[in-house]
Design a protein around this ligand. Structure first.
Ligand code: SF4
Ligand code: SF4
Length: 566
């Protein structure tokens, strides 16, 4: 039987309103599609993704007994799941669906060449149809999910995530490396913008964790090993030299961050009267500030660096922290002069803006400096400090006496984060913080299913933002545990064991550690871990690896169609 007899392909060409239709001649593409081998039906739709468009697609699948469907429209990144769902509802295996992106690849990039854009759209449709004729149905394996979570980190984010999960009736193991919960919150004085004492908030959170029977706290413990996959992670934790195995279904990383100690910058480490904002908080908390007459705060110390390899990010919270501490000082010591030397005040949001206004009304002095010409901190022979700064708004240089210099330094990641990222096989970004799967579409997920991130382990953020993200991570982790089962990727690699020589190339290159050698020394892919990235298939010197849904035959059919072949 020829391909033509075997396959019955339907093509649906979308106008996307004017997005495609104003440039690409959609009716011409539809007529062209009807001439392609295996195509038994083609139609144009104003919006294929509308409920009307989807209904028409489902009707056509049933009416023409389609064995494959092609939608020529926008990006599969956002719309493929929707069209695949429609296929499934009409009784067509969703892996028998294929997409041609004639918006981003045609109308949007060639708006001034409608005829050429139309020709290109036809070619993309031809390629998609050629592949669709060779597609095979695929099944997504289902695996059971253990309804127990591991939360790594007992700071505000970890505690919030743990309580949220425990309240959803899941068992939670909360692992904290220190002997008590609280993380960085323990070191803070008061919280902005509400001005409540940190200890009050902390006590409430710790109490919520300790009193919840679903949460087991493992203090003074670290994660040493992790194997397995979503639903079935086998984690080993170490508590003072004693190992303990934990079986969990999901993992939330909430390990927090540290504040940069700017050794050698602005006399920090050389003069005891130069401190960080965090150290100032401790002085305030322990009532050890004394009665300084002048305090100078310097923003962006060791942050927003433009040099190569520098910390080029804004730590988001330092400006608000400086304003908060300046106001506390003014409240305690109204005679003390406080100056804040800044590059840009990043007091974003209504409450922080109000605090900033309040600081101005309370005579906190703000001086804007240029990164090219930063302030200078000079220790005088008598040990006193002077800060020289050029105000770029007044175009004047000032020398300010300072009994205390306070440096606003960014949150940074710890060395041990690298080790944890290796253990969990989740990535870090260039700034050292844990990197989410997609900044907009999957902001608290890692690319590895079943592992999530929240709080300052992910990026500098406020306490309120950390708590919100912790709840988001707990909700995401709760979904597979509530369902008790998950479907995993169907587009995976498989090894032809008759060809594999066991050279190990694929084992080393697989970014998800999805390949192991079996008892015969032959590579075997773990379908649950495999993400179908194709690295192994592309690199196997023996060509022993094939990809489901991207077989050589299917890819060659697309390429041949592009080159004008049948
Ligand atoms: Fe086998 Fe190819 Fe992997 Fe080498 S790279 S172990 S030949 S599958
Ligand atoms: Fe690993 Fe990618 Fe190959 Fe899957 S396709 S086994 S994730 S390299």
């Amino acid at each position: 039987m020829s391909e033509k007899e075997k396959s019955r392909i339907g093509v649906f060409v979308c106008h996307c309103g004017v997005n495609i239709g104003a440039v690409v001649n959609v009716p011409e593409v539809v007529e062209y599609a009807k001439t392609l081998p295996n195509v038994v039906h083609a139609e144009g739709n104003l919006y294929t993704c509308s409920s009307e468009g989807l209904s028409k697609m489902k009707e056509a699948i049933q009416k023409y007994q389609l064995t494959g469907a092609v939608v020529a429209s926008c990006t599969p990144r956002t719309h493929e799941p929707l069209f695949r769902g429609a296929c499934e509802e009409a009784g067509l295996n969703k892996y028998l669906f294929h997409m041609a992106n004639i918006r981003e690849h045609c109308s949007w990039v060639h708006p001034k060449e409608p005829q050429k854009a139309t020709e290109k759209a036809k070619e993309l449709v031809k390629m998609a149809v050629a592949k669709a004729a060779l597609l095979e149905p695929q099944e997504e394996p289902e695996i059971a999910v253990q309804p127990t979570a591991l939360v790594i980190g007992g700071g505000i984010s970890g505690m919030s995530a743990a309580v949220s999960l425990a309240n959803q009736k899941f068992k939670v193991h909360l692992v904290e490396k220190e002997n008590e919960l609280g993380g960085k919150l323990k070191e803070l004085y008061k919280l902005y913008p509400t001005d409540c004492h940190t200890s009050d908030v902390l006590e409430e959170f710790v109490q919520a964790v300790r009193s919840n029977p679903n949460i087991t706290v493992h203090a003074s413990s670290t994660v040493e090993k992790s194997e397995g996959f979503i639903g079935n992670f086998k984690v080993t934790i170490d508590r003072k030299g004693k190992e303990e195995p934990l079986d969990v279904g999901t993992i939330i990383v909430a390990t927090g961050a540290d504040v940069l100690k700017p050794n050698g910058i602005y006399c920090y480490g050389q003069n005891n009267n130069v401190v960080t904002q965090l150290e100032l908080e401790q002085l305030l908390k322990e009532r050890k500030l004394g009665k300084p007459k002048n305090i100078v705060m310097i923003q962006c110390v060791g942050a927003r660096e433009e040099k190569e390899g520098g910390r080029n990010y804004c730590s988001r919270i330092c400006c608000a922290v400086a304003v908060k501490n300046a106001l506390h000082i003014k409240e305690l010591l109204s005679e003390t002069e406080v100056s804040i030397l800044y590059r840009d005040m990043q007091t974003y949001g209504r409450e922080f803006e109000q605090q900033y206004e309040k600081a101005r009304q309370n005579y906190v002095q703000f001086i804007r400096y240029d990164a090219e010409n930063p302030p200078e901190v000079i220790t005088c022979p008598d040990g006193k400090l002077t800060v020289k700064v050029h105000d770029i708004l007044l175009n004047a240089t000032f020398e300010l006496d300072a009994d205390l210099v306070v440096l606003s330094t960014p949150l940074v990641q710890r060395e041990e984060t690298k080790e944890l990222s290796k253990i969990l096989k989740v990535p870090l970004g260039a700034d050292g913080f844990f990197l989410e799967a997609h900044v907009k579409l999957r902001p608290v997920d890692f690319a590895t299913d079943g592992i999530f991130v929240c709080g300052t382990a992910h990026s500098p953020k406020t306490i309120a933002e950390s708590i919100a993200q912790a709840y988001a991570a707990a909700s995401r982790a709760g979904i597979p545990m509530a369902l008790k089962r998950v479907r995993t990727e169907a587009i995976t690699a498989f090894v032809n064991e008759n060809i594999c020589t066991g050279c190990g190339t694929c084992l080393k290159l697989c970014p998800y550690s999805a390949i192991q050698k079996d008892e015969h020394g032959v590579a075997r892919v773990n379908d649950v871990l495999c993400k179908g990235c194709g690295v192994c298939a592309a690199s196997c010197p023996e060509k022993a690896i094939n990809m489901r849904h991207f077989s050589d035959k299917q890819v060659l059919a697309e390429a041949t169609a592009a080159l004008g072949g049948e």
